[in-house]
Design a protein around this ligand. Structure first.
Ligand code: PLP
Length: 413
C-alpha cells in the first residue's frame, strides 16, 4: 500500500491502477495529470497542456490560484468542520458576503452541484405546498429536454439521456419535460394544474453548449411570474463569470426566484455549492428539514469567499467576454475553411465546436486525442461536439496560441 502511494507513478501505471480498482463510471481521455497552474496542467511525465475543460467549468479562476489556496491553507490549520450542530465563526460572514454578491436574501450551503439541484427541488416543492397551496404530493416541476442537472436518483428521473437513466429506476415522479428554447411548449406546460417551478439551464452545457434565443430567459421568467411558478436557474456550469457575465441570466437581466451555483464558486479548490432565494421562499425550510454534514463548513466558506474575490479582482467576467469573442472569431474562420467543422457557438468562454459528423461517431473523441498530442486538453460532449472552456484567466496571447493548436490539429486531421 505504502509503496503505491510513495512511488512516482508513470502515466501508464496510474491509468492501470484506476482501471483495476476504480468503478468504470467515466471514460477519461488517456492523460494523467499531476500538476496545475493557471491555464496549464502537466502530466506525470512533465508534458504541459492547455486545459480547455477547466474541470467542467469549476476551475474558472485557473488551477491552484494562490489566493484561494492560501485561504484554504489558513483555514485548514484553524478549523475545518463543526457540522451545523453548532454555529461557526465563518459561515455567517460567508452567507452575508455571498448573498450580497449575488443579490438574494438568503443562501443554503451544500457541497456538490447535484446536491444543490436536489435542494432547489425540495425548496420549490415545499414552497408550492405551503405558499401556493398546491395539494399534497401533486407539485410538478417543468424541466427541459437534454437537461443535465447531475446524477442523483431524482435528477436522472427527469433526464432523457438513456445512459443516465437505464436500469436506475423506479423514477421520481413530478416532472414535466418540454423542449428547450421553446416558449410555446412552456406556455402549454404552465397550463397544467399544480405547476410549482421551471428548472432550466440558461445555456445547456452538457447537451453541447446550446445557447437559447436572445429573449428566451426573459420571456420564460415573465411567464413563470404570471403563473406564480418559481423560475429556477441552474447556473452550476454557466455561473461565476464563465459566460462573460457573473451569471448567464445577467445577459438578459433576469433575476431567478431560485439560483443554483456550484463548481466555480470555489474555483475548483474544494466542493462548494449553494442555493439562493429571497425570504418568502427560503423561509419555508425550517430546522431538521434539510441539511448536510459538510455544507457550510468553515473551510468551504473561506475558499468560496477567496474564489469570488478573485472573480472581481481579476475582472474574469470581462476577460471571458473578450476572449470568448476572439475565440469564436478564430473558430468561425476555421468553420468557413474546413469542411470537417460545421459550427461554433457559445457565450463568453463556454463554447462548442460542432463537427460535421453524426452524434454517434467517434470523430470528436479522435480530434480530442489529437489535440492532446498537440498540447491542448478538451473533451467531447457528444460524438460530434467538442466543448472548449479554458480557465477565465487566459491571456490574449495564450488564446491565440491555443487557437493555433486547434487549427493545426484540424488541418492535419
Ligand atoms: N447542473 C449543471 C448545469 C451541471 O453542468 C452539473 C455538472 O456538470 C451539475 C448540475 C452537477 O454538478 P456536480 O457534478 O457537482 O454534482
Amino acid at each position: 500500500m505504502e509503496a503505491v502511494m510513495k512511488q512516482k507513478l508513470s502515466s501508464q501505471e496510474a491509468m492501470t491502477l484506476e482501471n483495476n480498482h476504480g468503478a468504470h463510471n467515466y471514460h477519461p481521455l488517456p492523460v494523467v495529470l499531476s500538476k496545475g497552474k493557471g491555464v496549464h496542467v502537466w502530466d506525470a511525465e512533465g508534458k504541459r497542456y492547455y486545459d480547455f475543460l477547466s474541470a467542467y467549468s469549476a476551475v474558472n479562476q485557473g488551477h491552484c490560484h494562490p489566493k484561494i489556496v492560501d485561504a484554504l491553507k489558513e483555514q485548514a490549520e484553524t478549523l475545518t468542520l463543526t457540522s451545523r450542530a453548532f454555529y461557526n465563526d465563518v459561515l455567517g460572514a460567508y452567507e452575508k458576503y455571498v448573498t450580497d454578491f449575488f443579490g438574494f436574501d438568503k443562501v443554503l450551503p451544500m457541497n456538490t452541484g447535484a446536491e444543490a439541484v436536489e435542494t432547489a427541488i425540495k425548496l420549490c416543492r415545499k414552497w408550492a405546498y405551503e405558499k401556493k397551496e398546491i395539494p399534497e404530493n401533486q407539485a410538478k416541476i417543468i424541466v427541459c429536454e437534454n437537461n443535465f442537472h447531475g446524477r442523483t436518483t431524482t435528477i436522472i428521473s427527469f433526464s432523457n439521456d438513456p445512459d443516465a437513466r437505464e436500469n436506475f429506476g423506479p423514477y421520481t415522479e413530478g416532472f414535466i419535460r418540454i423542449p428547450y428554447n421553446d416558449l410555446d411548449a412552456l406556455s402549454e406546460a404552465l397550463k397544467e394544474n399544480n405547476v410549482a417551478g421551471f428548472l432550466v439551464e440558461p445555456i445547456q452545457g452538457e447537451a453541447g453548449v446550446f445557447v437559447p434565443d436572445d429573449s428566451y430567459l426573459t420571456e420564460a421568467a415573465k411567464m413563470c411570474k404570471e403563473n406564480n411558478v418559481l423560475f429556477i436557474a441552474d447556473e452550476v456550469q454557466t455561473g461565476v463569470a464563465r459566460t462573460g457575465k457573473l451569471l448567464a441570466c445577467d445577459h438578459e437581466n433576469v433575476k431567478p426566484d431560485v439560483l443554483i451555483l456550484g463548481k466555480a464558486i470555489s474555483g475548483g479548490v474544494y466542493p462548494v455549492s449553494a442555493v439562493f432565494a429571497n425570504n418568502e421562499i427560503m423561509n419555508v425550510i425550517q430546522p431538521g428539514q434539510h441539511g448536510s454534514t459538510f455544507g457550510g463548513n468553515p473551510l468551504a466558506c473561506k475558499v468560496a469567499i477567496a474564489a469570488l474575490d478573485v472573480i472581481i479582482d481579476e475582472k474574469l467576467a470581462e476577460n471571458a467576454e473578450q476572449m470568448g469573442q476572439l475565440f469564436r472569431q478564430r473558430m468561425q474562420k476555421m468553420v468557413d475553411s474546413f469542411e470537417l467543422l460545421s459550427k461554433v457557438r457559445g457565450k463568453g468562454l463556454l463554447n462548442a465546436v460542432v463537427i460535421n459528423d453524426s452524434p454517434d461517431s467517434t470523430t470528436a473523441w479522435d480530434i480530442c486525442v489529437a489535440l492532446k498530442e498537440n498540447g491542448l486538453l478538451a473533451k467531447p460532449t457528444h460524438g460530434n461536439i467538442i466543448r472548449f472552456a479554458p480557465p477565465l484567466v487566459i491571456s490574449e496571447e495564450q488564446l491565440h496560441e491555443c487557437c493555433d493548436i486547434i487549427e493545426k490539429t484540424i488541418s492535419e486531421f
